[in-house]
Design a protein around this ligand. Structure first.
Ligand SMILES: O=C(CO)[C@H](O)[C@H](O)COP(=O)(O)O
Length: 220
């Protein structure tokens, strides 16, 4: 099976978590794009969506699915999103698409976070995928120096501006033995808006697609 077929398979499986009348929290990325396309088939049964990026909002609206502001609808029953890596506790690295801050907000405002991914994303320990950090533009060099002190090699994602008007530093080479501690430590750097570790609020369920089918994983 191709990577896209696996993404489509796991995206379809996530429909199981969508109930009639729901406003669904929707993440960002290529796996989520398949989920949005699947959601469109049952759009008459849902009330609409809250989205974590302009890209996902555009795709949802193109399918005729109403997109609400999070402020207008309050807590959400479910949030469906992809990840760049997951460990067995369902702590995630996210933000490969640069939408990490809104993703973290919508995940935090949701009762259940269902992560959808292909089997290559499950790792014993986070850190192979560079950790995205969203940074206020004037703080870029300061934050980069602090990230070096934490043992990482920050690389500025040039030509990229987040939906919030900020920059991304992708941090390579981090030893992530304590995902919660590192998430807090990076958040403590002045000028950091958010980092791509989702350890303080991990996923509740991980749906993992392989050629054999879709495995449902809950925290180890
Ligand atoms: O965090 C994300 C975007 O900011 C995505 O969920 C993550 O990058 C995975 O994307 P894909 O489904 O394209 O592999």
């Amino acid at each position: 099976m191709t990577q896209d077929e696996l993404k489509q398979r796991v995206a379809e499986a996530a429909l199981e978590y969508v109930e009639d009348g729901m406003i669904v929290g929707v993440g960002t990325g290529s796996t989520v794009n398949f989920f949005i396309d699947a959601l469109a088939r049952i759009k008459g049964r849902i009330d609409g969506a809250v989205s974590s990026s302009e890209a996902s909002s555009t795709r949802l609206r193109a399918h005729g699915i109403p997109v609400y502001e999070l402020n207008a609808v309050g807590p959400l029953p479910v949030y469906i999103d992809g990840a760049d890596e997951s460990d067995p506790q369902l702590c995630l690295t996210k933000g490969g698409g640069g939408a990490l801050t809104r993703e973290k907000i919508v995940a935090a405002a949701s009762e259940r976070f269902v992560c959808i991914a292909d089997a290559s994303k499950l790792v014993e320990r986070l850190g192979r995928f560079p950790l995205p950090v969203e940074v206020i533009p004037m703080a870029r060099s300061h934050v980069a120096r602090q990230l070096l002190k934490l043992g990482g090699q920050p690389v500025w994602r040039e030509q990229f501006v987040t939906d919030n008007g900020n920059l991304i530093l992708d941090v390579h080479g981090l030893q992530i033995d304590d995902p919660r501690g590192l998430e807090r430590a990076i958040n403590d750097i002045a000028g950091v808006v958010c980092n791509g570790l989702f350890a303080l609020r991990p996923a509740d369920v991980l749906l993992l697609a392989s050629a054999e089918g879709v495995r449902r994983i809950t925290p180890a």
